[in-house]
Design a protein around this ligand. Structure first.
Ligand SMILES: [Fe+2]
Ligand SMILES: [Fe+2]
Length: 206
């Protein structure tokens, strides 16, 4: 049986039996082959992989276009987490369950990161807060179904990613010290949310 244990870095393990006192912990960490999951869950996972790809490229877009050391430190720190998230889906999902539009998600992410810089630091922090707020909600939506299916290991994994995204959201919000967004900022954030939702809807299918 192919299992993926979630403690530590994503790691494939061939395992035929689970015995001994750590059995309960191992079962909690059990993540099945993606092919064994219902189609609806596979669609969510395709959108998760696409989203993490986009997230990596948002931060790469920022890093490609700014010399601001505070923004570079911010983006570098967040990028490392997104790369870890992406590595999990990259290793675990077969090509058949990945989006066929990966180049589009990379481009969209990169452009979003780069364009956010037009609003300076505040533009970046507002954009990241909007994106990460969306991503937290997107992961949260997936958890009840996994619980119903008894997929505790996968639920734990996605919950840990959701917590990382919430930390990113809060980090961006705490750095955005100039108070609530003005009208332009609110329109921009609404566009970001709409674009993210449209991206998820497409990536669920393609
Ligand atoms: Fe992420
Ligand atoms: Fe994030």
């Amino acid at each position: 049986m192919r299992t993926l244990l979630i403690d530590g870095a994503a790691q494939r393990t061939e395992q035929t039996d689970v015995t001994g006192p750590s059995m309960a912990a191992s079962m909690a960490a059990y993540i099945p082959s993606p092919g064994a999951l219902p189609t609806a869950v596979q669609r969510d996972l395709r959108s998760d992989h696409a989203g993490e790809t986009g997230a990596v490229f948002i931060y790469r877009g920022i890093l490609s276009c700014t010399r601001d050391s505070a923004l570079r430190e911010f983006a570098t720190e967040h990028l490392a987490t997104e790369q870890r998230h992406l590595a999990f889906f990259e290793q675990w999902l077969p090509a058949s369950l990945k989006s066929r539009l990966i180049p589009l998600w990379k481009l969209a992410g990169w452009l979003l990161g780069a364009l956010s810089l037009l609003g300076g630091r505040r533009g970046v922090f507002l954009t990241i807060e909007a994106v990460e707020t969306f991503v937290v909600a997107h992961y949260r939506e997936q958890l009840p179904q996994l619980r119903t299916l008894g997929q505790d290991g996968l639920e734990l994994k996605l919950r840990s990613f959701m917590d990382d995204e919430a930390a990113h959201r809060d980090d961006a919000a705490s750095r955005s010290v100039a108070g609530p967004a003005g009208p332009l900022g609110r329109v921009w954030c609404a566009l970001v949310e709409f674009g993210s939702a449209a991206g998820v809807a497409v990536a669920r299918r393609l």
